[in-house]
Ligand binder design. Sequence first.
Ligand code: FAD
Ligand code: UDP
Length: 389
Amino acid sequence: MKKRNGFDYLVVGAGFAGCVIAERLARGSGKRVLVVDKRAHIGGNAYDHYDDAGVLVHRYGPHIFHTNSREVFEYLSQFTAWRNYEHRVLASVDGQLVPMPINLDTINMLYGMKLSSREAEAFLESLAEPRETIRTSEDAVVSKIGKDLYAKFFRGYTRKQWGIDPSELDASVAARVPIRTNRDDRYFTDSYQSMPRHGFTRMFEKMLDHENIQVLLQTDYRDIADLIPFGEMIYTGPVDEFFDCRFGKLPYRSLEFLHQTHDTERFQPAAVINYPNEHPFTRVTEFKYLTGQTHSKTSIVYEFPQATGDPYYPIPRPENAALYSQYQALAKATPGVHFVGRLATYRYYNMDQVVAQALTTYKHLAQADKASVGMNGINGRSPTVMPTV
Ligand code: FAD
Ligand code: UDP
């Protein structure tokens, strides 16, 4: 049932998590939804826009969509057409640009060899230093390819990106990047690999384009939560901030982005070039590869990892997981507030995982709603003013 004097839901954050939940609640359940974001735009970190030169760029670094989930892909396909795109990355190592993930060509180029796939497998086996337990990112890589390749491709990049050594980071971080002995040079192997044809922001606009959804930008939810009546809250910002960091700050890694436009059609020979060992930046992205745009100029972005600044990456390591579990328990015990998304659940999630998580949360909400309608004849909860925490 619609609440005439307020919103059924206040959605904090207009990124993937917030947009998916708002769309489902409005279109799927007829709820009235207010979406607030403190930034001046929707889309969260996946926001893209045309820069001054007219080149479509991703303000918060390269976002490449890939998923194995048909459900996620079909869900998003309601709001965008797609352009097939397979992402390829080169790494600058020992004065050469070589394929990353490491594959047969990487090995042959680096060591000046002409190995076959089978020989490369044996070669990597001879370098690998098996470890009894794979706990850290160092274990994950060294146990597969040994210390030399680890030092060339992973150690420097990881230290730069995370500000700590791979031996202090969960194995899952470096394990995101596979090691191959064939010639596949794609960064991802998911069954769906495409970019929204007209960009992410256009897709988000379509998701939020509904009479039951209102969007309020440049607004911190804390400034309006006790002024605007609403039923429940979906929170997609950093979970520690929600609770005023009462158990201490959760560590996040930040980035500074240096955007540039060049008066040439092409800047570099691949969409992304990783710089594991030289320079203070980790990678350089040329957006036209990602978007397929043709333009006489080209725009690029450098990523400089930072300890402070906007939180972009949760840092997966045991002590952070322990701290997060305290916040998670508190979040579970906070009635009427649902925590969804990369920062709200402190998970190193890709976009598709956030979409899947948001769809699952919506299903639970819809089920609970049905159950309460069943019990009371109407949706039991009435709009209340959210107490500030
Ligand atoms: P966000 O996008 O962070 O949205 C949260 C929103 O909440 C923000 O807009 C924020 O302003 C708002 N907010 C926070 N606090 C408040 C408040 N108090 N009041 C109001 N609003 C608030 N994923 C991929 O699948 N492929 C990629 O190639 C990829 N590349 C990435 C590259 C970089 C550099 C980064 C940082 C991430 C990348 N990701 C990628 C991950 C992707 O960005 C996330 O999975 C996704 O954007 C998370 O969506 P979200 O809604 O959880 O969070
Ligand atoms: N990584 C690395 N060297 C590379 C690429 C990745 O050491 O050339 C490690 C690094 O720790 C990085 C992680 O693998 O943070 C995951 O890489 P991915 O490209 O998935 O990072 P993201 O795109 O999420 O920043």
